[in-house]
Design a protein around this ligand. Sequence first.
Ligand code: NAP
Ligand code: HSE
Length: 428
Amino acid sequence: MNEPLRLGIAGLGTVGVGIVRIVQKHADLLEKRSGRPIVISAVSARSRTKNRDVDLSGYAWEDDPVQLAQRNDIDVFVEVMGGHEGPAKDATEAAIKSGKDVVTANKALLAIHGQDLAERAEDAGRLIRFEAAVAGGIPVVKALTEGLAGNEITRVMGVMNGSCNYILTRMEDAGLSYEAVFDEANQLGYLEADPELDVGGIDAGHKLALLSSIAFGTQVDFDAVELEGIGSITIEDIHQAADMGFKIKLLGVAQLTGRGLEQRMSPCLVPDTSPLGQLQGGTNMVVLEGDAVSQIVLRGPGAGEGPTASAVMGDVMDVARGLRFSTFGQPAKTLRKARAARAAVPAPYYLRLQLLDKPGALAKVAHALGEAGISIDRMRQYGHDDTAAPVLIVTHKTTRTALDEALVDFQSTGVVSGTPVAIRIEAV
Ligand code: NAP
Ligand code: HSE
């Protein structure tokens, strides 16, 4: 019999338990496919006594994930604890130092420390694989690293946070406010322990930064992602967008232009008939464009026990089969440090603002837009009350820089109350 591949799993939450279940349920199938048994030697979590509804009796226990990472009876350290500092980082470094390959689902860790960890792993001749870190069960890292390796990638785009997509689609379906659906999602356990990671666009930004690195051969640069969350989207925006034939999605777009690497994760209006527009609930979708392949679209569950453990096991199987790749698809030391560029591709924008009911108010707003070089495509005033009137404007194509200029000017008109909502309309 061939030597088994021995796993040490740090973290027995949603993903960790899912991995244990697959290893136990599919032992024969995994062995047939990889040519060697896949076994779990040891596990770690905070609480040894918690009932996890899975049989852990055959595995050694470590309270400390760093100790687990250093054990002599494991070949692969599987990190599914989460967090970009503390035990996840310490144990990953310890695993590499003690000669273990690493499989992780931790996008935060790699988005912040990916370059350093990849260099450490490659210097030590070890692997870091992270399929589960991006878009859950969708094999997008594999698609970029392997299937599309012959392409110059021109754009990466997608909906990569299931919780935000759940909130936005549920608001529309049930006609509920952002606050009501946020509370509902939190109670259902759909949101991260720190919900801002989801609704602030941070989690999705981490994922986009990882895909950018593989796609464009650049060092992971999460700090350069232009981030905007979904917290300011109201049910009114969703209704108005629907009226015009659009859906609102938290959309990530990355592309390398002559000006540098553009990475943005922000709410966008997309046509409701487009594949992205039709994406419901927690489903993710990633669109990859390359010079040879043109465009491919990957769609599937972006989170949850089964899908995420499925992605982890895909990486484990690669290790078992002896497939060895650089973490980001090319040696980490050859990844370029990209110049960060603000997204400059012009697009139409949806604007919603509250105008004070004063003579000439609309004209002042139109003037501010004109001064910034922005042309109005459509404008509508609706739901007027005694003091204020909501106004909806769709602009012709403009840049975010010009729009920001106009938004600053709005404040000096004396007729705009509150903060206007500005959402890019993306052609997808
Ligand atoms: P989770 O349910 O919160 O589980 C985290 C696990 O880590 C728990 O078992 C916890 O122990 C353990 N842990 C935390 N700190 C520890 C420490 N200091 N020492 C030892 N164990 C520790 O998290 P999860 O949802 O499985 O997510 C795990 C990772 O996968 C994260 O990086 C997450 O971003 C990523 N991910 C998750 C999903 C998903 O759908 N859940 C999807 C894609 C990626 P106790 O159980 O004893 O508290
Ligand atoms: N919070 C993440 C999401 C989990 O909602 O997509 C998967 O990474």
